[in-house]
Ligand binder design. Structure first.
Ligand code: CP
Length: 306
């Protein structure tokens, strides 16, 4: 039995295979429409979500399976003090696979240690968000045609943004990847990413504050929201929240084939006037999230079309 707790739980070869499967599911939906017949997915969301929870549910339904779950800690027995380890023992009696989002880093790992079904990390605190990363990789590979030889700008809240941490971890395994880390000083990537991942692997990167100065060199611009829920005081959040706003004027400085990605939700960091730009790929990214989660469910359940 396998879990998905970090993007590194799959080798590069396994990720290639998973992305191929996701592309095939996109092209041939009817081939997979009964693959999970009789199977149940449990969505255990202790933190708010629109995309991750609903795309997991849509993915399981597209595969012919069923879904149970809760969408907040308040509506589960966590509100009465039940532990994650007890909860997963219970859910293992009800479902074949589960996706868990939790505000505490490592909660899905704890769950996996007590689970008899595959556990998928659907986002744990400011730590990792592997299914968003696989979505990002599928989006880049499908729209750019490659995952090698790319200059990637990561912009915004690089300190608390778990999608950024997961994406860096995943992309350093490809060749010719350069990062431009664009953030205010207070929201730089944590040391464990800079030292243990980027420096340790000899990856080319620079840390800058100005998006205007950096944008012309980028193949991918990955915008992120300032993570209000992880700030210790409102004042700091208010000071940081509109530090970057991508608008038409900034897009005019970018390459004609640069892609703009964002894990969403967006607040102010991408002006709606950018939505009609053909380089804006963030809504396509949402659609790729369904295919990739279909592929993840099928792979972790060990199911293949005969
Ligand atoms: N990208 C993402 O994780 O969105 P949700 O918080 O809506 O799931």
């Amino acid at each position: 039995m396998r879990h998905l707790l970090s993007p590194l739980d799959f080798s590069v070869e396994e990720i290639d295979k998973l992305l191929d499967l996701a592309n095939d599911m996109e092209r041939n939906p009817s081939k997979y429409s009964e693959l999970c017949k009789g199977k149940k997915l449990a969505t255990l969301f202790y933190e708010p979500s629109t995309r991750t929870r609903l795309s997991f549910e849509a993915a399981m339904m597209n595969l012919g399976g069923n879904v149970i779950g809760f969408s907040s800690a308040a509506s589960s027995s966590a509100s009465k003090g039940e532990s994650v380890s007890d909860t997963i023992r219970i859910i293992s009696c009800y479902a074949d696979i589960c996706a868990m989002r939790h505000p505490k880093e490592g909660a899905p790992l704890v769950a996996s240690l007590h689970s008899s079904i595959p556990v998928i990390n659907a986002g744990d605190g400011g730590h990792q968000h592997p299914t968003q990363t696989l979505t990002d990789l599928l989006t880049i590979r499908s729209l750019k045609g490659r995952l090698n030889n790319l200059t990637i700008g990561l912009c915004g809240d690089l300190k608390f943004g778990r999608t950024v941490h997961s994406l860096i971890n995943a992309l350093v395994r490809y060749t010719g990847i350069k990062f431009v880390l664009i953030s205010p000083d207070e929201l730089k990537v944590p040391d464990y990413i800079r030292q243990d991942v980027l420096d340790a692997k000899g990856i080319e990167y620079k840390e800058v504050q100005s998006l205007d100065d950096a944008i012309a060199d980028l193949d991918i611009l990955y915008m992120t929201r300032v993570q209000k829920e992880r700030f210790f005081n409102e004042e700091d959040y208010l000071r940081m929240k509109d530090f970057y706003i991508l608008d038409k004027a900034k897009m005019a400085l970018a390459k004609p084939d640069m892609l703009v990605l964002h894990p969403l939700p967006r607040v102010n960091e991408i002006s709606v006037e950018v939505d009609d730009d053909e380089r804006a790929a963030y809504f396509k990214q949402v659609q790729y999230g369904v295919y990739v989660r279909m592929a993840i469910i099928a792979t972790l359940l060990g199911l293949e079309v005969k």
